[in-house]
Design a protein around this ligand. Structure first.
Ligand code: G3I
Length: 344
């Protein structure tokens, strides 16, 4: 059959036009495309297993985000499983993936009371031994990723909700000065990397965020190399800090000359799921993004991106679905809300 030329052209252009506009638009609509225009990094925490095994997981990460945080791969128990052995397999895989896709990496985390290897927990070490172990650990890990990791969560969750310092192997074994030592050692290993204190429940204005503020102000006053504070932002849609308080807290931290990253955001929902709950969740994601854009936070990172892989159901019975893509990788209203916030 002969197709008349105008009709043929129409048909071909139509197809090409749709293809071009779909690929172009979908890229232009990605979070990272919009975020780059607004001068903010958008990211997600990454689990090594699906990154290696699930092409859809890797594809969405590459399309949507320009910064990644290894969810577990850089934690002490995983990266330093025996006294004389480091295991960089998973962390290297995540870092290579990020760099191959022109993404930045947030290192998480050098010093934490949690996910400590058995060999550290089951022996009594002297203060000198613990100092040597922690310094060696920080130096080894930071040096390996020198020039590749853009910011480190040097100390994670060192403060209790009542504002006191948390007791931990590091606090009890070395003394409260472990905090400043950790920042100094990280800086010695990579003088160019940004160093953060990271915590939860201190996003708004409360006793805990006051304690974080006092801590980082004290470190700065002593000349300790610290460049930012990570606000984890594990929220739930029914209750979360007053946005004005989050705004005020970010402002006072920035007034100290520090950067602020949203480091682990999720907004968990009580089961069963409903349209209203998803809309409420979207509103929370949007509000925090709007504050960040207004205050010029440097990064907005969610703790995972798909409800297929999330820590929430393992830790909060009856709660789930805290992320911006659903379990089938479909964008949720929260994703669209972030797109809208970045566009406006
Ligand atoms: O890797 C093992 C696997 O080999 C084993 O079969 C399985 C059996 O339970 O456990 C796996 O390890 C789990 C690991 O996540 C990887 O999935 C651990 O049991 C589990 O405790 C661990 O949970 C992590 C949690 O930190 C530990 O406290 C979560 O994935 C991780 O999302 C979560 O992340 C923290 C941040 O680092 C700090 N802020 C809070 C945030 C949420 O708790």
């Amino acid at each position: 059959m002969k197709i008349p030329i105008p009709l043929f052209l129409c048909f071909t252009w139509g197809i090409l036009g749709v293809f071009a506009s779909e690929s172009g638009d979908s890229l232009k609509e990605s979070l990272k495309f919009l975020a780059e225009k607004r001068g903010i990094l958008v990211g997600a925490a990454v689990a090594a297993k699906p990154l290696k095994a699930d092409p859809l997981y890797a594809g969405i990460l590459a399309r949507e985000f320009n910064i990644l945080t290894p969810e577990n791969a850089m934690k002490f128990e995983n990266i330093h499983p025996e006294p004389e052995r480091y295991d960089f397999a998973d962390s290297d895989a995540i870092v290579s993936f990020a760099l191959d896709h022109h993404m930045k990496v947030r290192g998480h985390t050098l010093v934490w009371h949690n996910q400590i290897p058995l060999w550290l927990m089951t022996k009594d070490y002297t203060r000198d031994e613990l100092v040597k172990i922690l310094q060696g650990h920080i130096s080894e890990v930071v040096t390996r990723y020198k020039g590749k990791v853009f910011a480190w969560d040097v100390v994670n969750e060192a403060i209790n909700d009542d504002g006191t310092l948390r007791r931990s192997i590091w606090h009890d074994g070395i003394g409260p000065e472990y905090l400043e030592l950790a920042f100094k050692w990280a800086h010695e290993a990579d003088p160019d990397v940004m160093l953060f204190y990271n915590d939860y429940n201190g996003e708004g204005l409360n006793g805990k965020s006051d304690a974080v503020y006092d801590l980082v102000r004290g470190l700065l006053a002593k000349g300790i190399p610290i460049h930012g504070v990570g606000l984890q932002m594990h929220l739930n849609a029914g209750w979360y800090p007053d946005p004005a308080d989050i705004d005020g807290n970010i402002k006072r931290l920035m007034d100290l000359g520090l950067q602020v990253h949203i480091t682990e955001m999720d907004v968990r929902l009580k089961e069963p799921l409903s349209k209203e709950k998803l809309e409420e969740q979207a509103k929370v994601y949007r509000e925090i993004m709007e504050i960040c854009l207004r205050r010029r936070c440097q990064a907005y990172i969610t703790w995972g991106f798909t409800d297929r892989y999330s820590w929430i159901p393992h830790y909060f019975f009856g709660w789930n679905d805290g992320l911006i893509f659903d379990r089938s990788y479909q964008p949720k209203p929260a994703y669209l809300a972030l797109i809208e916030a970045l566009k406006n």
